[in-house]
Design a protein around this ligand. Structure first.
Ligand SMILES: *Cc1c(COP(=O)(O)O)cnc(C)c1O
Length: 381
C-alpha cells in the first residue's frame, strides 16, 4: 500500500469551474477574484478579504500595512511554518519567540504577556504586534489575544492558514485581531493550487494590502500610477474559480476531514490507552477543523525513536513527516542568536511529533493499515 501524506479533494465541480474561466479572456484581474473574496469574507465573518498568490504574501502585506519595519519587534510562536516569522525578516523587523503551551502547541496570551513584561523597557517599547498561529487547526485564544492587544496597544495578527473552519467562542479563526488569513496550498483544508487570503474588518489595512498586492497601485488610479513600492502578489482567476468551487463544497469537505480524524482517534484508542501516544488538545469553547493528524510520542521516547518510526512507516509506504522543526532552530535564525534550549517546550514537542497521512478521502482501510504499522513499531521497539 502507498499512502500519501496529503491529497487534495478535487471533483468535476472544480474542474468545470476552472475550465469555464479558461474559456474567457479574464485569466487574471477578472470577476472571479471579488466573487472568491466575498465567499471567503462571509465564511470567516469579516468585512474585507483580499485574495493573493499565497499565505506568505498575505502575511507580508499585513506586516507592511501595520507599518512594522526596521527597529520594530513582534512576539510570535516558534512552532509554526517559517512564513510566520519570515514576513518580519522581510521588513527588517525582529521576531521575539515565546514558548508554546504543552497541550495545544499554541502560544497563549498569558505567556505572551509574561514575555512582554519581562523585556527590558527599551526592548519592550519596540514591540508593535503579536502574530499568533492556530497550529494544525487548533484555535488559539483569539479573544484573549484581542484583550492583550487592547491592554498594551499591540496589533494582533491571527495566522489561521491551518485553521479554515475552526472557531473559538463561536467566532471563526482568521477573524480575530487586526487581520488574519487563510492559505490554500494543496495540503490545506481547501486549495486553490497556490493562494492565500487576507481577512480583516479594518478598511485601512485592506486598502493598503490590496495596493501592495497589485504593484502599489491605488484603487481608481491609472495602471501606470504606483503610489507605493508594491509587489505582484495577485491571485489569478483560474485559482479563484477553483477556490469558489471548493467553498461550494465546504460543509461536506470539512465534515469529511473531521470524520477521518475521528476514525484515526478510534483506531488509535488502544495505543492511547497504553500511554504511548498523545494527541494535541483543544481548549474549552473551541471548534476544531483539523489541518493534519499529528501524534506525539509520550513518556521517555526521544528524537531517535521518532525518527526510526518515521523511517519504519516510510518503508511501509506510509508518507509521514516531522511537523514542525521549530523556527528558531532554522539556520538563519540561529545566525540571529537563537539556539537550542531557548524554547524547551517547542523543542521537546517537535522531537516527538509525527504527522500521519491525512486528507478527506482517506479510507478506513488505509487508516487501519497506518494504525497497524504504528502498532507493529511499538511491538518491535
Ligand atoms: C501554509 C501556511 C502559511 C502560508 O503558506 P503559503 O505556502 O505561502 O500559502 C502561513 N502560515 C502557516 C502557519 C501555514 O501553515
Amino acid at each position: 500500500m502507498q499512502i500519501p501524506l496529503s491529497n487534495p479533494d478535487i471533483t468535476d465541480l472544480e474542474k468545470k469551474a476552472v475550465q469555464e474561466v479558461l474559456n474567457t479572456p479574464n485569466l487574471s484581474l477578472g470577476p472571479k477574484i471579488p466573487e472568491f473574496e466575498k465567499v471567503a469574507a462571509d465564511f470567516a465573518g469579516v468585512k474585507f478579504a483580499a485574495a493573493m498568490s499565497g499565505g506568505t504574501a498575505v502575511l507580508h502585506t499585513i506586516v507592511k500595512a501595520l507599518g512594522i519595519g526596521k527597529g520594530d519587534s513582534v512576539l510570535t510562536t516558534p512552532f509554526s511554518f517559517v512564513a510566520t516569522a519570515n514576513c518580519l525578516l522581510y521588513e527588517g523587523a525582529e521576531p521575539i519567540f515565546v514558548d508554546i503551551d504543552e497541550d495545544t502547541y499554541n502560544i497563549n496570551p498569558e505567556s505572551v504577556e509574561q514575555a512582554y513584561l519581562a523585556l527590558p523597557p527599551e526592548k519592550r517599547e519596540k514591540v508593535k504586534a503579536v502574530i499568533y498561529v492556530d497550529v494544525f487547526g487548533v484555535p488559539a485564544d483569539g479573544p484573549g489575544f484581542e484583550s492583550l492587544g487592547e491592554k498594551y496597544g499591540l496589533r494582533i495578527v491571527d495566522d489561521a492558514a491551518e485553521a479554515l473552519g475552526s472557531a473559538a467562542n463561536g467566532r471563526k479563526c482568521g477573524s480575530f485581531g487586526d487581520a488574519g488569513l487563510f492559505a490554500f496550498y494543496p495540503n490545506k483544508q481547501i486549495t486553490t493550487g497556490e493562494g492565500g487570503i487576507l481577512l480583516t474588518n479594518n478598511e485601512e489595512i485592506f486598502r493598503i494590502a490590496v495596493s501592495l498586492r497589485n504593484q502599489g497601485r491605488d484603487a481608481g488610479a491609472g495602471w501606470l500610477r504606483h503610489a507605493r513600492l508594491g509587489y505582484n502578489y495577485r491571485m489569478s482567476d483560474i485559482n479563484a474559480a477553483l477556490g469558489i468551487a471548493q467553498f461550494k463544497r465546504i460543509e461536506e469537505m470539512l465534515a469529511k476531514r473531521r470524520m477521518v480524524r475521528e476514525m484515526y482517534n478510534q483506531h488509535f484508542s488502544h495505543i492511547f490507552a497504553r500511554g504511548l501516544l498523545l494527541s494535541q488538545k483543544t481548549s474549552p469553547g473551541s471548534f476544531l477543523s483539523p489541518f493534519v493528524y499529528v501524534l506525539r510520542l509520550a513518556g521517555n521516547y526521544k528524537r531517535g525513536v521518532r525518527d526510526r518510526l518515521l523511517a519504519f512507516l516510510g518503508e511501509a509506504g506510509i508518507q509521514c513527516s516531522n511537523y514542525f522543526t521549530p523556527i528558531h532552530l532554522q539556520p538563519y535564525f540561529e545566525e540571529l542568536g537563537w539556539k537550542y534550549g531557548d524554547m524547551p517546550v517547542a523543542e521537546n514537542i517537535s522531537e516527538r511529533t509525527v504527522a500521519l497521512p491525512f486528507y478527506n478521502n482517506l479510507t478506513e482501510k488505509e487508516i487501519e493499515y497506518v494504525v497497524q504499522k504504528v502498532d507493529d513499531f511499538f511491538t518491535a521497539n
